[in-house]
Write a protein that binds this ligand. Structure first.
Ligand SMILES: Cc1ncc(COP(=O)(O)O)c(C=O)c1O
Length: 408
C-alpha cells in the first residue's frame, strides 16, 4: 500500500517544474518512475493500480513485453523518415485500420487534436467545394475534441473556449441526444456533424443509437460529413474496435478520428475517411512531419494484433466492472449513476468530488474525476477480475469515508 501523500519525496522535480514549465497543469504530487502490467510505481517505490492509464493511452498496461520488444527492435532500425519517403509500416497499418473500421483511407498524425484538426479541414474543403456558405459544423454541448483552434472551436465546453475566442467560425452546438434540436440545426450550410460516441471529458455520456441514426440520416440528406471522435471512447475500449460498431446495425461515419491507445504511448493519431470524405483532400492540402513514422506504425500494428485477442475479455471485464460498481452504487447513496461502455466507465456522485482522486492515491489507486462530479475509470485492457475486485474494495472505502470539502 502507498504512503500518503504519495511521491512527495521527489520534491526537486516538483520545484524544477514550478520554475521552468508553463503553469498550465495542476498535477498531483506524484512522480511516476516505472510501470509493469496494471501497476505504476512512484520514485519511492510505492505501487498504484492504474485505472486511468495516462487518460486512456496505456491500454495494454505498462511495459507489455510484446510492445517493449517491438519498440526496441524498431528503435535500432529506423525511428523517423518524414513523409518524403515510404516506410515499411505506414501502408500496412492503413490497410489494417481500413479493414477494421470499414473506412478506406488513412491519414496519420501525432495526437487527438491534430487528427480532429485534419478532419475539420476535410469537412471545410468538402463543404466549400459544394457551396462557399457550407462551412458549419454541428457539435454537442459537453463535448471535448482537443486544444488546437479548430478542435476547440467545436468543443462544447465554455471553460475551454472562452479565453481564446474568437475561434474558427461556423460551430453550432446542440444538446446531447436531443433529436429535435439536431433536426432544427442541420441544414444546407452544414459541412459536418461531430460526435463522440461516449463523451469522455464531458462526464462519460453515451449517445443513443437513435441519435446516431438520426445524425447519419441528416448528414446524408444535407450532404454533410458525419465525424465520430473515437479518440477516448474507441480503439478497443468499448470491446469492439470502435464505439460506433457497438450499434446493431453499425452506424458508419464518413470520418473517424482516433489516437490515444493506438501506439501504446508512442504519439500517433489517425483520421480514417471513406472515399467521399477523402476526396476533399488532394495533393499538398495537408501533411505532418512526424505523422505515421515507422516506430509508431509498427507499434500500432503490434497493438492491433494483441487487441484482436483481448476484445472478448474487454467486453467481459467491462460488464464485470459495471456490475461491481452498481453494487457500490446501491450501498452508497452519494452515487447518482454508473454509466459507460466497455472499459470506459463513469460513476457520477451527487456532489463535486475532486478530492477523491488524492484520497485514492493515498490508497494506491489512480483514478480521475471529470466534470467535477464524475469519477472516470479508463482501466487497461489487460485488467483482471481480481484487480477489479481490489479496485472496488478501495472505492467502497473511499465512498464510505467521503466528506465533501466545504466551500471556501
Ligand atoms: C474525445 C477526445 N477528442 C480529442 C482529444 C484530444 O486529444 P489530444 O490530447 O491527444 O490532442 C481528447 C483528449 O482527451 C479526447 O478525449
Amino acid at each position: 500500500m502507498a504512503s500518503s501523500p504519495a511521491g512527495l519525496q521527489a520534491r526537486s522535480v516538483v520545484d524544477i517544474e514550478r520554475e521552468y514549465l508553463l503553469q498550465n497543469y495542476a498535477r498531483y504530487p506524484l512522480v511516476l518512475h516505472r510501470g509493469k502490467g496494471c501497476f505504476v510505481y512512484d520514485a519511492a517505490g510505492n505501487r498504484y493500480l492504474d485505472l486511468i492509464t495516462g487518460i486512456g493511452v496505456n491500454a495494454l498496461g505498462h511495459a507489455h513485453p510484446r510492445i517493449v520488444k517491438v519498440i526496441r527492435a524498431q528503435a535500432g532500425l529506423l525511428i523517423h523518415t518524414s513523409n518524403l519517403y515510404y516506410n515499411e509500416y505506414q501502408g500496412p497499418l492503413a490497410e489494417r485500420l481500413a479493414r477494421v473500421s470499414g473506412l478506406q483511407r488513412a491519414f496519420f498524425s501525432n495526437s487527438g487534436a491534430e487528427s480532429m484538426e485534419g478532419a475539420l479541414k476535410m469537412a471545410r474543403a468538402h463543404g466549400r467545394a459544394l457551396n462557399p456558405d457550407k462551412i458549419e459544423v454541428v457539435a454537442l454541448h459537453g463535448s471535448f475534441h482537443g486544444r488546437t483552434f479548430g478542435a476547440l472551436s467545436v468543443t462544447g465546453q465554455e471553460k475551454y473556449r472562452a479565453p481564446f475566442e474568437p475561434l474558427v467560425p461556423g460551430a453550432r452546438f446542440v444538446p446531447l441526444n436531443d433529436v429535435a434540436a439536431l433536426e432544427q440545426v442541420v441544414c444546407d450550410r452544414t459541412a459536418a456533424l461531430v460526435i463522440e460516441w461516449v463523451q469522455g471529458e464531458g462526464g462519460i455520456n453515451p449517445i443513443t443509437n437513435e441519435y446516431a441514426q438520426r445524425a447519419r440520416a441528416l448528414a446524408d440528406r444535407f450532404n454533410a460529413l458525419l465525424i465520430f471522435d473515437e479518440i477516448q471512447c474507441g480503439v478497443g475500449r468499448p470491446g469492439t474496435h470502435f464505439a460506433y460498431q457497438t450499434a446493431d446495425p453499425v452506424i458508419q461515419p464518413d470520418i473517424m478520428v482516433a489516437a490515444k491507445p493506438l501506439a501504446c504511448g508512442i504519439p500517433l493519431g489517425v483520421i480514417m475517411a471513406n472515399e467521399k470524405a477523402a476526396a476533399a483532400i488532394s495533393s499538398g492540402m495537408h501533411g505532418s512531419t512526424f505523422g505515421g513514422g515507422p516506430l509508431a506504425c509498427r507499434v500500432a500494428l503490434e497493438f492491433l494484433d494483441i487487441l484482436e485477442e483481448l476484445l472478448p475479455q474487454i467486453r467481459a471485464l467491462g460488464k464485470y466492472f459495471r456490475m461491481r460498481l452498481d453494487e457500490l452504487a446501491r450501498r452508497h447513496h452519494i452515487v447518482r449513476e454508473v454509466r459507460g461502455q466497455g472499459l470506459m466507465i463513469g460513476m457520477e456522485l451527487d456532489q463535486p468530488c475532486k478530492q477523491i482522486v488524492a484520497d485514492a492515491m493515498g490508497e494506491g489507486l489512480l483514478i480521475n474525476v471529470t466534470h467535477d462530479r464524475v469519477i472516470r475509470l479508463l482501466p487497461p485492457y489487460i485488467i483482471t477480475e481480481q484487480l477489479v475486485d481490489r479496485a472496488c474494495t478501495t472505492m467502497g472505502k473511499l465512498l464510505k469515508n467521503f466528506k465533501p470539502v466545504a466551500a471556501a
